[in-house]
Write a protein that binds this ligand. Sequence first.
Ligand code: SAH
Ligand code: SF4
Length: 373
Amino acid sequence: MMTNLLDFDLNGLIAFCEQLGEKAFRAKQLFRWIHQRGASDFDAMSDLAIALRTKLKGCAHIQGLPVISEHISSDGTIKWLFDVGDGNAVESVFIPEDDRGTLCVSSQAGCAVGCRFCSTGHQGFSRNLTTGEILAQLWFAEHTLRKRFASSDRIISNVVMMGMGEPLQNYAALVPALRAMLDDHGYGLSRRRVTVSTSGVVPMMDRLALDCPVALAVSLHAPSDPLRDNLVPLNRKYPLKELLDACRRYLDHAPRDFITFEYCMLDGVNDQVEHARELIALVKPPKGEAVRCKFNLIPFNPFPASGLTRSKQAQVLAFAQELSDAGIVTTVRKTRGDDIDAACGQLAGDVKDRTRASERMAKQRTVMLKPVT
Ligand code: SAH
Ligand code: SF4
């Protein structure tokens, strides 16, 4: 059995190297070759002794994910579809902005939460990604883009776990991947530039606060339990009061941080000014502790099976105004990559669709990529 070195955070790699009789600093060198330099060939690792390289070749590899397709949007957003085997595919999206480059990463093939407004949710759950499969998305994107832009500088400055899947339902694989993102020998991203987005897996929010307190986004979508039960079925297990208490506990570990509440604006469902007022009462209760938070209103990206439609722009603005007037910082998310179905919640992959995946793979060999300028 070959071990995929992408499956390890630095401590994991140190332990693996120790089993081979190698010192910790060798593991650090190896980790830097993999994540900082994008190496996949041990022979390229010129400062590792030939004996070690030979040993590694016998038992390990650095195995990325096969790319099924790449789509480049007119706004510069790039979406990749990766093959994770058995007809499953996951997507990652690179979003360039003036002052940052954000990669949106998937944590599962499909998702078991089944939110009504989410196309990943509608396709059901296939399986958890491994740490290596989560990290492979970043490893591939970072080093592909560096080559393409002929840059030796870092391209991806921010990672958001907002692709397919519920990251906190894949906790064991998630945490080492986050650690590799934060590690100075890995991607060196600051804690605040890595965001885990969750539909509200309360016990795992508590664990994340202890294990790896990165920025937290919570997908709220409704101000009351009956409505949220309907939109985000996980609410039946962890209702709003418990969720908000978990947010407060999370912030206790990160005193200067705030929670980003994501709120998908659904026409006539959760977008009335009255809902905004209920939200204010929820996060700034007249008696009790306010939750330090910002709101990010996401225009719903419609897909036919949802039976839902996007809120009118005027409604979104009125809603945002109500929250702002209550002193809550509120942003309305720009939709990016709309023309390539890379916008939030549209990441559907091609789960359980072998034919299409292989057709696309065949196509990919002939497709000429449009250069990014
Ligand atoms: N499972 C996690 C992270 C992935 S979803 C979560 O739910 O937070 C990332 C964000 O996209 C979430 O806030 C989710 O609610 C939102 N989203 C899902 N489907 C959407 C859609 N069709 N339109 C707009 N946002 C959507
Ligand atoms: Fe899963 Fe998030 Fe989609 Fe809900 S919104 S189904 S939790 S991916």
